[in-house]
Design a protein around this ligand. Structure first.
Ligand code: MSP
Length: 510
């Protein structure tokens, strides 16, 4: 994603999380995915709006609160705090955190509803059909599974309930349908994870699309005024609007009314229908522009199934942090990111990653360089002269390093964070091999020794820059190690070529 207008802001969002339980590794995956992208673009000098938050309403939350014998409000405050605490620990650099129980959000939703009513985009009708409380989703007949004779949701496999009530609907006519189809085709061409969009295509062709946006018998939600039959806003209509309601007027103009801004939504595959059909529909009817990209990702699977509280196969991020620390968890999640796939998690996969990539490859390289320099300090004061002497070698090093940088930037711009992380380790592999081949401990020629150590350290500097959006603390530590102050000039293309001088090595890797 490289924009024509470099000064236009980037808006990136995660879905807002249901607060029926504590966050797990699946939620961390969506959130860090957005954080990596936000940090990367901020480092490139872009103005970034990074939105996340909590989805606090609906039948699912009300039922979970009741189960714990708590008032819904007390329950959501308690559970929202788990998310806030974890994001802080994980250094999630969001600029806005939305809570749908918030007054400003209420006002925005009610005003939007009024506007849609005034423009006759909404009608009052009758709903009859099946509903999955766990997914907060109206399920069409052909998507129902029969499990032990019970009609169940095809996504979460839990029993669905039959609903018959009067609701407000957002209508979808033939023209809307054509526009939605064209948009979908466009996003299919431009979005990572577009393989998950086929199900949305099917839905768009088959289903009656009118979107029920209120509920008659729900108390825990945004209540509409009396003139609207005291209905409650359907949790998805309310949640989607949180992508805008959390912003102030000026920000709305800068983002949702500015054709040069880039709006990117990150989401899991199971909520594609809401984002690729209903959200664009709502935006169009309210005259906001449409998002530029959707980044749709698969699930983290534990034991072959989606990690979720109700299945009971969740991985607690706090446990991983306690054992390995924040840097490792952040790098591991980045390494896992493959938008087009479901991803298997086991403790062994994490531990193998830690050992082979972080210890054997990364730390080992830094340790080797540090300990060799400790025994025999290198002198870079005359690096330009040395580069002349070893001109041919210099060209080879710089071409090679430039290739790694190009690859890394390419993958990041295209949201393939896992591949960007692979590039970091490929660079370290290459550097480790160079150490093995050049055997600096045997080197007699001092000039050559100084020359190659300049490049060995340059590798660490590039790795520090590469790690910056992924594990900012680790990146800072590497900068300290290199005795480079600040990262003001972050532009990777320029910065790595500037000479740098190491005054004294610190004991970081010992
Ligand atoms: N509240 C809605 C989203 C409303 S956005 C306007 C919701 N919440 S959720 O908590 O169920 O899921 C939020 C995000 O977390 C989704 O993108 C979902 O895919 C992601 N994940 C939840 N479990 C996951 C895994 N096991 N693996 C990867 N991501 C998963 O849907």
């Amino acid at each position: 994603m490289q924009d024509k207008d470099k000064n236009a802001p980037l808006y990136i969002s995660t879905p807002i999380y249901y607060v029926n339980a504590r966050p797990h590794l699946g939620h961390v995956y969506s959130t860090l995915y957005a954080d990596f992208i936000a940090r990367f673009h901020r480092n490139q000098g872009k103005k970034v709006f990074f939105i996340t938050g909590c989805d606090q309403y609906g039948s699912k939350i009300a039922a979970a609160a009741q189960k714990q014998g708590l008032k819904p409000q007390v329950f959501v405050t308690k559970n929202t705090a788990y998310f806030l605490t974890l994001w802080k620990k994980l250094q999630v650099s969001y600029s806005h955190f939305v809570q749908t129980h918030d007054k400003l959000h209420h006002n925005f939703v009610t005003e939007s509803f009024h506007q849609l009513w005034k423009t006759k985009a909404i009608y009052f009708g009758h709903y009859k059909g099946l509903y999955c409380v766990s997914c907060e989703n109206f399920v069409t007949e052909e998507k129902i599974l029969l499990i032990n004779g019970t009609e169940s949701c095809f996504f979460c496999r839990r029993a669905v309930t039959f609903i018959k009530e009067n609701n407000y609907f957002l209508s979808v006519n033939q023209e809307d349908r054509t526009i939605l189809k064209n948009n979908l085709d466009h996003w299919k061409r431009t979005s990572p994870g577009n393989n998950w969009m086929n199900q949305v295509d099917d839905f768009l062709q088959k289903a009656v699309l009118d979107f029920s946006i209120t509920r008659a018998n729900l108390k825990w939600g945004i209540q509409l005024p009396e003139q609207f039959h005291e209905q409650t806003v359907y949790v998805w209509f309310d949640a989607l609007l949180s992508y805008i309601s959390v912003l102030n007027q000026k920000e709305i103009k800068q983002i949702w009314k500015n054709p040069n801004s880039t709006v990117v939504h990150i989401l899991g595959k199971e909520i594609s229908k809401f984002h690729l059909i209903y959200w664009p529909l709502v935006l169009q009817k309210l005259t906001y522009q449409l998002p530029k990209r959707f980044v749709i990702h698969g699930w983290i699977l534990e034991n072959g199934q989606k990690m979720s509280k109700s299945i009971g196969n969740i991985v607690d991020p706090d446990k991983i942090i306690a054992q390995y620390g924040v840097n490792v968890l952040r790098i591991f999640v980045a390494f896992l990111i493959r938008p087009e796939q479901d991803i298997k998690y086991t403790d062994t996969i994490l531990d193998d990653f830690y050992r082979s990539y972080l210890i054997y490859n990364f730390s080992n390289y830094c340790y080797r360089i540090a300990s060799m320099l400790k025994k025999r300090p290198a002198d870079f004061t005359d690096i330009h002269h040395l580069q002349k002497i070893f001109g041919q070698e210099q060209v080879v090093w710089e071409l090679k390093l430039q290739r790694f940088i190009d690859q890394y930037l390419y993958h990041f711009h295209n949201f393939h964070i896992g591949k960007a992380v692979q590039t970091i380790f490929a660079l370290l592999d290459f550097a480790n091999q160079q150490v093995d081949t050049l055997k600096p401990w045997k080197m007699k020629n001092n000039d050559h020794f100084n020359f190659i150590f300049y490049y060995f350290l340059l590798v660490i500097k590039i790795v520090a820059l590469f790690f910056d959006p992924i594990a900012p603390d680790l990146s800072n530590q590497l900068f300290q190690f290199l005795q480079i102050e600040g990262k003001q000039e972050f532009n990777l293309q320029l910065f790595w070529k500037k000479p740098f001088f190491i005054n004294k090595m610190i004991k970081f890797f010992e």
